[in-house]
Design a protein around this ligand. Structure first.
Ligand SMILES: C[S@@+](CC[C@H](N)C(=O)[O-])C[C@H]1O[C@@H](n2cnc3c(N)ncnc32)[C@H](O)[C@@H]1O
Length: 252
């Protein structure tokens, strides 16, 4: 199969993905072996390979719970990855495993980057939302010369940009999903816009439904997904192809 700007390849990401890099951004929603689902079997050794396939300016954003990140924290460090930050994905409904726990309506998405690269080299396009409330903030200015401290102020515009919050609400895909753990493509698009430059290459190591491919098409980034289940990969290809017309000669 020809690898194009929007491809989903079938097989083990550990074998197929590293030679296709280097990637500007790697998205990873791996099986953590927490459920009885047939595909939910831990995949060993992928983190080191993913780190090596990442550009020095690249990021790896991984989905998971705090439970699984704590259980695998050493594996991230051993693979040469350093933790940067996380966002909380809040969803409209969730799971209640036991009566003595909170109803779980969130998941984490954590950003890592190569430990051999300085954070200043990592691509980062700060995201904003257009919902600032107009206000005037008074603040002390730096003294223009010794002994004199002036008071300054800045004014924000109603509806102007403000830094995107780290807790992001996005409805989960219940009712419309083609994969049992499908992630909202709108949420993934935020990660893509933050960590991959326009036209850059996103690697989706556990592609599932191809939600990230859809987000890449909308955001103008190139996409290479890898999914071990051939039937699911076929569904993902069809989904991605239906988002926008493909460029001439391209095959999903
Ligand atoms: C948590 S799901 C990903 C869901 C995806 N993020 C979505 O939004 O649809 C993990 C996927 O990884 C696939 N998978 C498991 N082991 C794999 C491997 N070694 N290489 C590639 N894909 C694998 C599974 O078949 C499953 O579809």
């Amino acid at each position: 199969m020809t690898i194009t700007d929007f491809s989903v390849i079938v097989g083990d990401c550990r074998v197929l993905m590293p030679p296709r890099g280097p990637f500007d951004l790697i998205l990873a929603d791996p099986p953590y072996g927490d459920t009885s689902l047939a595909w939910d079997r831990r995949v060993d050794g992928w983190l080191r390979l993913a780190c090596d396939a990442l550009k020095p300016s690249g990021s790896l954003w991984g989905f998971g719970s705090l439970r699984c990140f704590m259980a695998t924290a050493n594996q991230f460090a051993d693979a040469g990855l350093r933790y940067a930050q996380e966002i909380v994905w809040e969803k409209q409904n969730g799971t209640s495993f036991h009566a003595d726990r909170f109803k779980r309506v969130h998941e984490l998405v954590a950003q890592f980057y190569r430990a051999d690269a300085p954070w200043s080299a990592v691509y980062n396009d700060v995201q904003t939302t257009p919902d600032a409330t107009a206000r005037t903030v008074r603040r002390k200015m730096r003294p223009p010369h010794t002994g004199h401290i002036d008071v300054g102020h800045y004014v924000s515009e109603d509806g102007g940009p403000r830094l995107m919050r780290s807790v992001i609400y996005a409805r989960n895909c219940h009712g419309t999903a083609i994969h049992s753990t499908e992630k909202p493509s709108g949420l993934i698009e935020i990660l893509i816009r933050t960590s991959c430059p326009q036209g850059g290459l996103v690697g989706d190591w556990f592609a599932g439904s191809g939600a990230a491919g859809e987000a890449c098409r909308l955001a103008g980034r190139r996409y290479l997904g890898c999914e071990i289940d051939a039937g699911m990969a076929e569904l993902a290809r069809a989904r991605i192809a239906s988002v926008l017309p493909l460029a001439e000669g391209a095959q999903p």
